[in-house]
Design a protein around this ligand. Structure first.
Ligand SMILES: Cc1cc2nc3c(=O)[nH]c(=O)nc-3n(C[C@H](O)[C@H](O)[C@H](O)COP(=O)(O)OP(=O)(O)OC[C@H]3O[C@@H](n4cnc5c(N)ncnc54)[C@H](O)[C@@H]3O)c2cc1C
Length: 454
């Protein structure tokens, strides 16, 4: 069953309050639950973990990266991926498997490796990012949630001239999409983030977006979940979602299993939201809903700062290595790399060890003696990636009470609040104010339709 995307309609009528089950308590599921509550609906959240944000939203790069949002798929990507193929320390590692979903994903990725597709995808990601940033700011003002937020911008720095030149060209392109990305020389880079001084001689330049920010996605999500619970959202933690039942062309219930009692039962609601990150695709496949979401494994290391006064406060991207570095209170988070190798979450394989140790080694090169590298807290998560980086937000084809909020890939923290709000608005018959290709065959087509199939 194909998933079509259309621009949000302007004339859906507001609905009466509904009973909604949200599957998944990551940043996307919790944001969706929150905004559904705000719209006056009765919400239950189901998750297999004992709390919110314990899977991919747990220890990510912490960047609210509205302006640095280019999709992986670009004209230059196929050559880069080939060059990196099978290199354990490459930023993007494609490990071919006997998995048709991986190959289909890869082929669709290739169809987005053109300038035209890139421009269409960027347009949507910028729109969703701006909407999401606005939503996040309002949410923080409304709730007062504290999550080591730093509104200091995001700085990319380059340690080869070639990377600097291509970074400057990317900045030019993004400015054409209304993004304020500035090109900086080395001195300007060091002025924005003086903590980079020791590495200064290796820096060729940078690009900077002052309006971007950073903060702890796990802390934010868990706090929002607690507030939602206080306001009446029901949480069923430690419950596995086993499958969805259909009757009469709609979802009739969700089968869940309680991990503590072993009890299995079917939960019923008016509407269902699938927000289970990478696991959304396999869960919906038996229903004939085929989503191009494939896991891209990433790693992070969180280190305690020995010398907080010497550590960076601006969120950084070491662009040549594709590593994000964000300050979270008296800790530093270093995150990056992507491995297309299935649903494996191991941290003890040879590749995982190489990748984790590379993060810490690089941090020490950049900021010698600043953090305690003897006890790194390693973590791995599966980015729910689509071939064009554009998530599925909207209604599933032919199942009118099944809604999708999944496939946020590298930017789920950045796009979480806005995705939750937009879906809650759509479900409430409202038109979200952004030019985004929402899913839903029954939404009216418009001539301004943007990026279609992923
Ligand atoms: C290394 C790394 C760095 C990143 N850095 C950034 C960054 O700097 N900025 C940014 O914006 N994004 C970043 N991301 C991406 C971001 O973390 C993800 O896009 C985001 O967390 C996805 O959120 P989600 O709610 O869709 O998925 P998740 O957080 O994975 O939530 C899905 C939930 O569904 C539940 N679930 C799944 N299957 C079942 C089941 N069968 N039964 C019950 N429950 C189930 C899980 O327990 C989980 O709680 C990074 C990701 C990684 C891996």
């Amino acid at each position: 069953m194909a998933v079509t995307r259309t621009i949000a309609p302007s004339h859906l009528s507001p609905l009466t309050p509904m009973k909604v089950i949200v599957l998944g308590a990551g940043i996307v599921g919790i944001s969706t639950a929150w905004y559904l509550l705000e719209e006056g609906h009765e919400v239950t959240v189901v998750d297999r973990q004992p709390d919110a944000a314990l899977e991919t939203s747990f220890a990510n790069g912490a960047q609210i990266s509205v302006s640095f949002c280019e999709p992986w798929a670009s004209k230059d990507a196929p050559l880069k991926v080939l060059k990196w193929l099978m290199r354990d320390d490459s930023p993007l590692l494609f490990r071919p498997r006997l998995d048709p979903h991986q190959w289909i994903w890869g082929l669709k990725f290739l169809t987005h490796c053109s300038d035209a597709a890139f421009a269409r995808n960027v347009q949507q990601l910028v729109a969703l990012g701006a909407y999401s940033h606005e939503s996040l700011k309002q949410l923080v003002a409304q709730t007062g949630i504290a999550y080591d937020r730093l509104e200091r911008g995001i700085l990319h720095f380059f340690s080869t001239e070639k990377d600097y030149q291509s970074g400057a060209a990317a900045a030019e392109l993004m400015r054409a999409h209304g993004v304020d990305r500035r090109v900086l020389d080395r001195d300007e880079v060091l002025k924005v983030e003086p903590a980079l001084a020791a590495f200064g001689p290796h820096i060729h330049g940078g690009t900077f977006t002052p309006s971007d920010e950073s903060g702890d996605a796990r802390v934010f999500t868990q706090q929002l979940a607690r507030l939602a619970r206080e306001r009446g959202v029901q949480f069923l933690y430690e419950h596995d979602v086993l499958g969805l039942d259909t009757a009469g062309g709609a979802i009739s219930g969700v089968r869940v299993g309680c991990q503590r009692t072993g009890q299995r039962r079917t939960l019923k609601a008016d509407q269902y939201v699938a927000a289970m990150g990478s696991f959304t695709a396999p869960l919906l496949r038996p229903l004939g809903v085929n989503l191009d979401i494939y896991p891209a494994k990433g790693y992070s290391a969180t280190l305690r700062l020995k010398r907080p006064e010497a550590a960076s406060v601006v969120s950084l991207l070491d662009d040549t290595r594709k590593i994000a570095i964000s300050r979270l209170g008296d800790h530093i988070r270093i995150a990056g790399t992507a491995e297309m190798a299935g649903y494996d979450l191991s941290l003890d394989s040879a590749t995982a060890r190489v990748r984790c140790e590379a993060l810490v080694k690089r941090y020490e090169e950049l900021f010698p003696g600043v953090a305690d590298t003897t006890e790194p807290n390693y973590w791995t998560g599966l980015r729910p990636s689509t071939p064009n980086n554009v998530p599925y937000i909207g209604r599933a084809a032919r199942l009118p009470n099944l809604w999708l909020n999944a496939g946020h890939g590298t930017l789920g923290w950045t796009h979480g609040a806005g995705s939750g709000r937009a879906l809650a608005e759509l479900m409430s018959g409202k038109r979200p104010q952004l030019a985004f290709g929402f899913c839903g065959p029954e939404l009216p087509q418009r001539p301004t339709q943007v990026a279609l199939a992923t």
